[in-house]
Design a protein around this ligand. Structure first.
Ligand SMILES: Nc1ncnc2c1ncn2[C@@H]1O[C@H](COP(=O)(O)OP(=O)(O)OP(=O)(O)O)[C@@H](O)[C@H]1O
Length: 263
């Protein structure tokens, strides 16, 4: 697990009684939790349990039907669900990054690796070409991509490198919370291990917070401090990762954990 964060500062974000219905169909229901600086939260559960719906509500990609998503901003705690669209977009853009399962959805494949990182800085207002290139070189190095590949297209990168580039492009504007939807899915175990190692170093060096949606309990154990187990749109169990994975209390979690351990 990533070294434990200091939980004494006030939370960076807070989800309270969040619900999303798609017509009469429930996506997620009555979800509440907090994220502190440097804390890695894992959301686990079987397919269709509501993990992505929850993450998309937090990321402002879909509007919740009910409840609140509070973010700490320089103006105090602000509820995304009570903001106008422009304010919500600004809070999301400045406070969060979003890493998708498919790198092709999170990167622009027709522009260079440096361009993918620089574009985010330009969108945040930086105009000086030299500074943008310098930041891109630094971020490639931080995610363990050879800075000499700065002018290469992401399509020439391996799957693991593309995910690390996606992370660099998200972190260059210094968001406090990285939202990740199955970032290790489809990668070989050794490639996953490298990605997890890079993420752990970033959490530690930047005091970065993360919300990680994953069906992979081994990844959750390696990265997450705290886990929330979802079933049919609701949280059925939560606690410290080791406690949930080594001593699950609810039959659903026991089944989830034991199904991973089966040969
Ligand atoms: N746009 C939508 N319209 C209608 N129902 C939806 C929509 N998006 C999700 N759902 C439903 O909400 C429930 C939760 O889906 P969600 O994708 O959040 O689950 P998940 O745990 O992320 O699954 P997976 O791991 O397969 O991605 C499912 O029953 C799904 O069919």
């Amino acid at each position: 697990m990533t070294p434990a964060p200091d939980l004494s500062p006030p939370p960076l974000m807070k989800v309270a009684h969040l619900c999303k219905f798609f017509g009469r169909h429930m996506g997620c229901h009555d979800i509440s939790f907090e994220v502190c600086p440097g804390e890695v939260i894992g959301v686990v559960g079987e397919s269709g349990s509501g993990k992505s719906t929850l993450l998309n509500c937090i990321a402002g990609r879909i509007r919740p039907s009910n409840g609140s998503v509070w973010f700490r901003t320089p103006d105090g705690m602000e509820d995304l669900c009570r903001c106008d669209e422009a304010r919500m977009r600004r809070i999301i853009r400045t406070r969060t990054g979003y890493v998708t399962q498919q790198a092709a959805q999170g990167l622009k494949m027709h522009i260079s690796a440096g361009g993918n990182i620089g574009e985010k800085l330009m969108a945040a207002g930086t105009r000086h070409y030299g500074k943008i290139r310098e930041a891109a070189l630094m971020w490639l190095d931080k995610v363990e991509i050879d800075p000499g590949r700065i002018d290469d297209l992401p399509s020439t990168f391996s799957g693991g490198m593309q995910q690390r580039l996606q992370i660099a492009a998200n972190l260059v504007t210094a968001p406090e919370i990285l939202l990740m939807d199955e970032p290790t899915s489809g990668l070989d175990v050794s490639v996953q291990a490298r990605l997890i190692d890079v993420l752990r170093k970033l959490v530690f060096s930047l005091n970065l917070s993360m919300i990680l949606v994953t069906h992979d309990l081994a990844v959750a154990r390696l990265l997450c401090h705290r886990l929330y187990v979802m079933k049919q749109g609701e949280i059925v169990e939560s606690g410290l990762s080791d406690q949930i994975l080594d001593d699950p209390r609810k039959p659903y979690t026991q089944l989830l954990v034991s199904s991973v351990l089966k040969p």
